[in-house]
Design a protein around this ligand. Structure first.
Ligand code: ADP
Length: 595
């Protein structure tokens, strides 16, 4: 699978369209400011020409009053020009900040609408990183584009017409000065674009190593292992590799830029020699000479600015494209469906393959889970249990095959509908740095339940909210991030179960939420869970078999395929995969207990 980036012209279109869509009023205002500015800029050249002509006239025939008025006019124009430039700068900043906050809002909303499948691939995280980098560039490009197209285009047009009316050859020289710069920035832009794509993986890796050093999930272990130096070295290596790539590009582009800029200066000198020649042979007035000379140097500055601007637009726009790549990722879609009760979920010849892998995680799986049954899915690590559960929960869509809920094909439903009556507790449950109450209510923020209901759910999950640090206080903050209290692994796990059962549903999934606790405690949790979910459909995933003996049905999965299906007794009699696994684990526990 290869990712294709948006082509340049599309990025430009999106940038202008996006900017306009988000901030139309700023857009127009900015354009007006640009036009006024360019008018004053051009006016200053014309007044300068008149000033010099009047002065040279005054030297031979008098008329200094006229010259003084010209000086005054020029002064006023230059002051207004400065003020307008300041206003333009101010609008640049205002536009930038407002645009930034709107794009970030859009990005967060987009992340919430993405399909879970996107999150299964690390490429998504690269895309998010690039998109966040791209935000800045998208905004800058949109400002630069307006600036470039409106301000510089009108300015150049005015100057071009002005030069042409005086001496057409000046127009040609002007173009020659400008082209090498344009070329240099175009090449620079495209090289920077490719560089960015190459270094993002290094940055992600170095970021990860930094996390291993300072993040609280790794910090303690890294210290205890004495592995800090190792991670520092890994971090340095990755930063070094990224910098190497950067230096190579910077060196190449600087040399090229140096060579091409020399041509620009040569063109400038040629123009100056030509002007002097015209002045000496009398085909140019002093006023014209001064005004052209002034506008040539202004043109040089403006060209440099403009070429740089277009170069950065090219460079920025390609990075801005990353933002649009992200905003164009496929979203959850499908029709809304009202589900009152889940009678059954059925899979028919389901296969599933994760993005960027070359092997199916599930192969030809067919099974039906009926209302009220307690089903355990067991198998070795990596056999496909979690993938199967995610398909059963509608979080992933099969690559092949069909899923039916209440005998209806769900392929056209949206995930919110599908999952509306399912609750789940996963192995990597969230330890949210929120209040105790919020931690539970998160599973259904629309459910207007009172505190008694929340306490009842905590009782059912066996969470001790009377302990000293909580003392029945539902608003107590949890987690260290905001100076809350921390819980033990088992407490977080019970809290996750309370959150799972807080949501009113008749289909509950437990995907190894007990992996972090010992087998005896785990058996207790499952027993308690069986009691509180008597009338519900329960799907339990585990690789420890002792705790799920009492399930109505045990589905054994191996290498992505269902290999056995039946009750504990039936499967033991089969003397197959389950029986071997069960006896091996029983033997291990016996040994553990006698040692
Ligand atoms: P289990 O839950 O039984 O441990 P999983 O369903 O998590 O197994 O994984 C089944 C197979 O799919 C494994 O080979 C695993 O490496 C692969 N797999 C799981 N998640 C991903 C992912 N996000 N991207 C690529 N491969 C994955």
């Amino acid at each position: 699978m290869k990712d294709k980036s948006l082509p340049f012209h599309k990025v430009i279109y999106r940038t202008i369209h996006y900017g306009y869509q988000k901030l139309a009023a700023y857009f127009w205002l900015y354009i007006v400011i640009c036009i006024v500015l360019v008018m004053f800029n051009f006016l200053s050249i014309k007044v300068l020409q008149n000033l010099f002509d009047t002065v040279s006239e005054a030297v031979s025939n008098g008329g200094w009053n006229q010259a003084a008025i010209m000086v005054l006019a020029l002064g006023i124009i230059l002051v207004i020009f400065r003020i307008m430039s300041g206003v333009k700068e101010y609008f640049n900043k205002l536009y930038f900040m407002t645009f930034m906050s709107r794009i970030l809002k859009d990005m967060n909303a987009k992340a919430g609408r993405l399909r879970l499948l996107e999150f299964e691939s690390l490429k998504l995280y690269d895309k998010i990183n690039m998109a966040i980098g791209g935000v800045n560039y998208a905004i800058r490009s949109s400002i630069d584009l307006i600036n470039g197209v409106i301000y510089y285009a009108i300015f150049f047009l005015c100057i071009a017409v002005y030069f042409y009316t005086i001496k057409p050859v000046l127009l040609v020289l002007g173009m020659l000065i400008f082209l090498p710069q344009l070329l240099s920035n175009y090449i620079k832009g495209s090289k920077m674009h490719k560089l960015q794509e190459r270094i993002v993986p290094y940055e992600r890796q170095s970021d990860y190593y930094r996390k291993c050093l300072v993040d609280k999930t790794y910090f303690k272990e890294t210290k205890t292992l004495g592995a800090s130096d190792y991670f520092i070295k890994c971090y340095r290596d990755k930063i070094g590799e990224a910098n190497n790539e950067r230096w190579k590009v910077v060196l190449k582009t600087s040399v090229m830029s140096c060579v091409l800029t020399s041509f620009t200066y040569l063109g400038y000198i040629a123009a100056f020699v030509l002007l002097t020649y015209y002045l000496l042979n009398g085909s140019l007035s002093v006023g014209h000479f001064a005004a052209i000379y002034y506008s040539l140097s202004k043109l040089m500055d403006t060209m440099r600015e403009m070429v740089e601007l277009f170069g950065t637009v090219y460079e920025n726009a390609s990075l801005a494209g990353k933002l649009y790549d992200f905003l164009e990722l496929p979203e959850e879609e499908g029709i809304d469906k009202k589900i009152d009760l889940i009678q059954s979920i059925r899979l028919e010849n389901v296969c599933f393959r994760y993005p960027y892998t070359d092997k199916n995680a599930l192969n030809n799986v067919s099974l039906e889970i009926e209302k009220g049954s307690h089903v355990a899915i067991v198998g070795l690590n990596g056999s496909g249990k979690t993938t199967l559960v995610k398909i059963l929960m509608g979080l992933l869509q099969p690559s092949q095959g069909k899923v039916y809920m209440n005998q209806e094909d769900v392929s056209t439903w949206n995930i919110r509908s599908y999952i509306s009556k399912i609750s789940a507790v996963f192995q990597n449950y969230g330890k949210y740095n929120l209040s105790l109450k919020e931690n539970i209510m998160l599973s259904d923020v629309n459910l207007k339940a009172d505190d008694d209901y929340i306490l009842h759910k905590m009782d059912e999950a066996g969470f001790d909210y009377q302990k000293e640090s909580i003392a029945g206080e539902l608003d107590v903050m949890l987690g260290r991030e905001f100076n809350g209290i921390d819980l033990s692994g088992g407490e977080w796990q019970r809290l996750a179960i309370a959150r799972g059962i807080y949501r009113i549903s008749d289909f509950i999934v437990l995907d190894e939420p007990t992996a972090a606790i010992d087998p005896i405690e785990e058996a207790n949790v499952y027993k308690r869970f069986e009691e509180i979910s008597k009338d519900k459909t329960v799907l339990v995933v585990t690789h420890r078999l002792g705790s799920v003996k009492t399930a109505d049905r045990i589905i054994v999965i191996n290498d992505g395929e269902i290999v056995e299906d039946g009750s504990h007794e039936e499967l033991l009699k089969q003397n197959g995969f389950y029986s071997n696994m069960y006896l091996a684990q029983a033997e291990w526990y016996k040994r553990e207990n006698t040692e």
